[in-house]
Ligand binder design. Sequence first.
Ligand code: PTJ
Length: 249
Amino acid sequence: MDEIAADPTHPRYASLLMRHRLEQGAKKGMLADSALIAHGRGEAFDYLIGERTLPAAEQAARQALALLLRAERPVLSINGNVAALAADDMLRLGAALNCPIEVNIFYRTPERMKAILSHLEERADALHLDVEVLGHAPDAVIPGLKGPRAKCHRQGILESDAILVPLEDGDRCKALVAMGKDVLVIDLNPLSRSAQQASVTVVDELSRALANMLSLLNTGEPIAVDPDYDHSVVLNEVVQTIVQGFVEQ
Ligand code: PTJ
């Protein structure tokens, strides 16, 4: 799946690889029509932060992980873009945290749900990972949301106490926060409604953020919740970096 023509030493390799994964995801029918627009917005913000993991993102990733580890019922939410870009690392994270992954998409169609669920199943088999994947039989709704995007599993999102929602839409993020959950967002745009409203926002590119979280877990060092963590301070640090500008020396 990751075979692309570009040489891995090419300076834009990581970006080309992500685009390739989205092309493959589109061919499999996993993506929303606006998926590439959403990705382009992310790429633009990635340029503004220098396409690197900022110290603020490292701090946020650690806090997000700590909250997932502390939770009694953590869950990882996955949409079309996330499935195409980072199915393997989401499955690895689900396995490491021993928690379910729930497919929960904004532009919900039975065809897309089926395509994403079978992609995850395929990847879990290939990686020999035993992770519970939900989304196939929603039996609950997220209070305060209308339409198909509200659908979820009682045993998954509805009753979770901490939820990782990469590339989340603002309304759903707000509804999840209103339910009293720890809502952990990964989003390259620090100004998005999701980034602003979440409990913790990792402003980093999805695949970098997940790789970072997995390597943190692999160190085996204790990852404790920081009681002094301040969401707006951490988010403002990123905005300051963008405003001050990043010029490679
Ligand atoms: O699969 P669906 O139906 O749930 O739809 C998924 C998308 C992403 C199309 C949908 O949720 C959507 O339209 O999202 P938005 O409102 O465009 O928000 C996506 C956010 O993710 C934006 O703030 C982007 O900056 C950010 N983003 C895009 N690509 C990445 C990213 N953040 C981190 N890593 C990325 N690779």
